[in-house]
Design a protein around this ligand. Structure first.
Ligand SMILES: [Zn+2]
Length: 137
C-alpha cells in the first residue's frame, strides 16, 4: 500500500508514480490492513497453550526415552508424538518432542525385539542365561 506524503491519498497500487489528488510524486510505503493482519497472525501463530503443549511434548519425549527400557516408556513416547505433532511446525520444543517420541518409539520396538530374540535364544540354550550362570558359579 502506498500513501501520498502530501495529501495522504492512499492506494493499493504499488507502482503509482503521481498522486491523482495533488500531483505529488512523493509516495511512502504504508502497511495496508491485510499486511497488518498478516503480521499479527504471524506473531499470534503460536498461542500460549501451544507453547505449553510444545514444552510438554519435549518433556514427555525425554521421559519416554529415559524409560524406554521399561514398559511404560512407550506411553510417554506416544504422548510426546501426538502432542508434539500439533506444535512441531510452530515451536522448536514441539519439534524436538515429536522426534524424541518418534525416536523413543523406534528404540522401544528395538528393545522389545532384543528382549524377544534374547529370550528365545536363552530358552533354546543358545545363549547362557545371566541368572543361570550366576547361580551355578
Ligand atoms: Zn497527494
Amino acid at each position: 500500500m502506498k500513501k501520498c506524503s502530501y495529501c495522504g491519498y492512499e492506494t493499493k497500487d504499488e507502482d503509482i508514480r503521481v498522486c491523482p489528488d495533488c500531483g505529488s510524486k512523493k509516495f511512502e510505503h504504508v502497511l495496508g490492513k491485510k499486511e497488518i493482519e498478516a503480521i499479527n497472525n504471524e506473531t499470534k501463530a503460536i498461542s500460549k497453550e501451544e507453547q505449553q503443549n510444545a514444552l510438554v511434548s519435549l518433556v514427555l519425549g525425554v521421559i519416554g526415552l529415559a524409560l524406554d527400557f521399561g514398559v511404560i516408556g512407550i506411553v510417554f513416547n506416544i504422548l510426546a508424538m501426538s502432542i508434539g505433532k500439533k506444535t512441531k511446525d510452530k515451536h522448536i520444543y514441539g519439534k524436538i518432542g515429536y522426534f524424541l517420541g518418534l525416536a523413543g518409539t523406534v528404540l522401544f520396538i528395538a528393545v522389545v525385539i532384543f528382549y524377544v530374540v534374547y529370550g528365545t535364544l536363552i530358552s533354546f540354550g543358545v545363549v547362557a542365561s545371566v541368572t543361570r550362570s550366576t547361580t551355578t558359579a
